[in-house]
Ligand binder design. Structure first.
Ligand code: ADP
Ligand code: NI
Length: 220
């Protein structure tokens, strides 16, 4: 199978699997991450486009958030899929590593990517977690998990381990302070950092207005 077929077969597989997902981890999220990773790859000649595209398409194939916190289901599902297409072992291995490393694991936990393709996919995934879409996705996820929007009596936490980050059930507004507002500083590529500026500013504006309305300050 040539590279083009590997990518289109994988896109079809993932589209089918995620079409009816309602937690913000849907096909359209994957499609955006795929497009953005591809755009970032154009500025990064040392990145292998096949690995970047397969990594983007498969990055959420079986996210630990929906599999009892099991971090190995995603890498395993990606390997099984690419083996079924008889992809080269080096490609399977590279994509598996991206999926193992990509997730945010808590504010106090470093998440370095060991390949340049992984950096592009992680940047694309993180750009989709901020800005207007990031706001929408956070509340879609919170709704899916039955979390309150906000509770001023629950302070945001700095999670020092992936285990404590996974156990978190705080209100959705806390997620901005525990993750989303910090993603801008954790991007690898200058192109993604540029895009993040405006998206970050939008989130800050959103939070200011949200908290004003929450306290009724705009009504007084
Ligand atoms: P990551 O691998 O960094 O977790 P994902 O593509 O899996 O990235 O998407 C993570 C997105 O899921 C977040 O950006 C957010 O929209 C949502 N999410 C995850 N945890 C929470 C949470 N505790 N509250 C609200 N949204 C969350
Ligand atoms: Ni994702």
């Amino acid at each position: 199978m040539d590279n083009h077929d590997l990518i289109t077969r994988t896109a079809d597989f993932v589209r089918e699997k995620f079409l009816h997902e309602g937690s913000g981890h849907d096909w359209e999220h994957i499609r955006r991450v795929w497009q953005v990773a591809r755009a970032l790859a154009r500025d990064t000649p040392q990145a292998d486009p096949l690995i970047t595209e397969l990594g983007a398409l498969l990055h959420d194939v079986a996210d630990w958030k929906f599999h009892d916190g099991d971090e190995e289901v995603g890498p395993r599902a990606s390997r099984a899929w690419l083996e079924s297409l008889q992809a080269e072992e080096s490609v399977i291995q590279a994509v598996e590593v991206i999926i193992r490393e990509i997730s945010f694991k808590g504010l106090g936990v470093a998440t370095p990517m060991s390949s340049v393709e992984g950096e592009l996919v992680q940047d694309a995934d993180r750009l989709d977690a901020i800005g207007a879409i990031g706001v929408a996705r956070a509340f879609a996820y919170g709704g899916h998990k039955g979390r309150p929007l906000h509770d001023s009596s629950v302070p945001p936490e700095v999670h020092e381990s992936f285990e404590s980050y996974k156990k978190n059930t705080a209100p959705t507004i806390n997620h901005f302070y525990e993750k989303l507002l910090h993603l801008r500083e954790r991007l690898h590529t200058p192109a993604a950092q540029r895009v993040a500026e405006q998206r970050h500013a939008f989130m800050e504006l959103f939070l200011t207005q949200f908290l004003r309305e929450w306290e009724g300050e705009d009504v007084r």
